[in-house]
Design a binder for this molecule. Sequence first.
Ligand code: FEO
Ligand code: CA
Ligand code: CA
Ligand code: CA
Length: 745
Amino acid sequence: MTANTRTDAAGIDLDDVGTNPTSNPSFTDLIASRLSRRHLFGLGVGTAGTALLQACGGGGGAGAGFPILPPVPAPPPPPPAPAPAASLKLGFDAVAKSLADVVAVPAGYTASVLYRLGDPIASGVPAYVNNGTDAANTFDRRAGDHHDGMTFFGVNASGKWDAANPSRGLLVMNHEAITSVFLHPTGQTITGSGAAAVRTVSDEVLREFYVHGVSVIEVNRAGVSWSYKQDSSFNRRVHTLTEMNFSGPAAKTDYLKTKYSTDGSKTRGTVNNCANGTTPWGTYLTCEENWAGYFRRITGTDNAKRSTKELASFARYGVAGNGRELWATFTPDTADNLYGRWNTEVIGATATDDFRNGSNTYGWVVEIDPFTTASTPRKRTALGRFGHEGACLGPVVVGKPLVWYMGDDSQNEYLYKFVSTRNWDAADIGGGIAAGDKYMDDGKLYVAKFKADGTGDWLELKLGVNGITASNPAYAFADAADVLVNTRLAADVAGATKMDRPEWTAVNPKNGEVYLTLTNNSARAVTGTDAANPRSYNDPKGGVAQKGNPNGHIIRFADTGGDPAAVTFKWDVYMFGARSTASADVNLSALGADNDFSSPDGMWFSQAAPGLLWIETDDGKYTDVTNCMLLGALPGKVGDGAAKTITNVDGGTTATQATFVGKAPGTDGLRRFLVGPVDCEITGIAESGDGRALFVNIQHPGENTAKADINDPGKFLSHWPDGDKTRPRSATVVITKNDGGLIGL
Ligand code: FEO
Ligand code: CA
Ligand code: CA
Ligand code: CA
């Protein structure tokens, strides 16, 4: 996800905030002006949604890039298409940058809308009216909002996981956040302002509880088109009311005890589910990113009731304020505290009388078994608690540990990896949540330190090592659970490198190298760069300054010896986002008109065409020229470029920074494949088991439409996908090649 430009009442981008005050390398001013796109769009809205076939599909992600299952007998095969050649070539014409309110794909391809906000996923649920009046109590059986990270799990005739299935699967996707202006008749009903603002319509709050979370939907191909099956028994919504268990070292500890779970064994719901991940046994990982803002904690009254350690933790995670959707303010509360649980203040006598620890129950990686509808999702505490963007599975080798790479998306946060204690046994394929217990509850959690010489260290986050002790002056760690609940504080003392907002990770199936999008960082000062975050410049938009690293970059690294459990690595910067017209010290990857981009976020390697990388943008900086986009890429490897010294300039301040820049991609190595509608983000990506259908999410078209304009459809910033003055909807599209071939080649 990524509500990259969703802003609060003060115009602050809800994602582009930082709460890392430490003096680790590259510390910079955390307070920077942030721009809302709302006032910068003078866009004409083009022809609304093109006529698109209903389709669905998806695929690939289950193996996260590695052939771990034998081929399974498939349903009627698709038209034959050539297998990817040993040396891949991008086989499409670049899509031009665009401000039109459409999804544009190359000639020879078709993009079809598959699954939109509000679409029913159970029999008897009526079609979505989309005027704010759809019954709130049906939203637990409708598509959620802000479609995000996504995986296609192929399904065989027995209802079991079949990663290579070309025509039937479960599409599992996150619903990160909401565009509240379009969910209700006239946006959120709120009385009062500031700390006194309260929600007054329970149906509106219930809709919002349900449209966050995760969808599981069955999708099928018939001929060349895909559709989801409304009455499939696999269909399921996981949302903010769904019960979840904790496992791993922090489960059943004092940190997680609430009135709802007096032993700290469970919680309700998941929220702000951004990117995703998979396991080699066939389950889905959803990642809780900007969860902190949903909680209400009025510091003026609560701080006095808190310990020094609690205050340090809240400050480091940004748990303070009214709560971004004001969920805790609806009264009267229910007997089971549906509203009050979002108030994480001390109001009762003990921790089991209130939800003072409620915010500790969010910020985790959550495992969901999509094949067992009745299974209870499990929050895996061994993977740490932070602003989890995603969890990308590394190479899967029998007899070796498993590894997941994880970004923490806030300004100046870190990159992490988790390495399992147990070695992979392919007999666990299909093992569901029990297999998760085996591999994800015990292991080593590391944070990355990128060094100036092009190497790096993985620093273990464990009580007693790397300064993570009870005598640490900034925060006295008490036990193993404390280190996991307060992962950011542990990473601070270990000496991790502050990055330019770590978003998705992706692992190249050809060589195991790991890519990390660093979307942008408005707080990266010219005097605060480092080798791995080397740019600081001004990229003005519409005459307004955009400073720091506004266009972002993609770093990559290779764990030493090709061993994902290694504690050292080497790295370089694969590519830098930039306007093609920018100066040479900004456009360091020599991007041109066919491939320039800004603010990379979603990123995923095709499994059907190993070596093909997809890059998605969540941008607000280059949107004077183009809407967000999807690019196809054929990256080389770490070290294919050269050392480079950059000159950074901001007004009268100039500084140089040495770094390592990968080989410029050229149009053979990077080409724009899709441009989305107005005011959207492109995020979430998956492919069918044969690589002939690509599923992509269009998140929050028109999200910055003003609440004051809800009764004037002519003023909606987007009408995608339904067109004709309709309210815009987040949606999944499926892209097929008209000759039935592999996508992108
Ligand atoms: Fe939800 Fe970091 O994007
Ligand atoms: Ca994201
Ligand atoms: Ca983002
Ligand atoms: Ca977004």
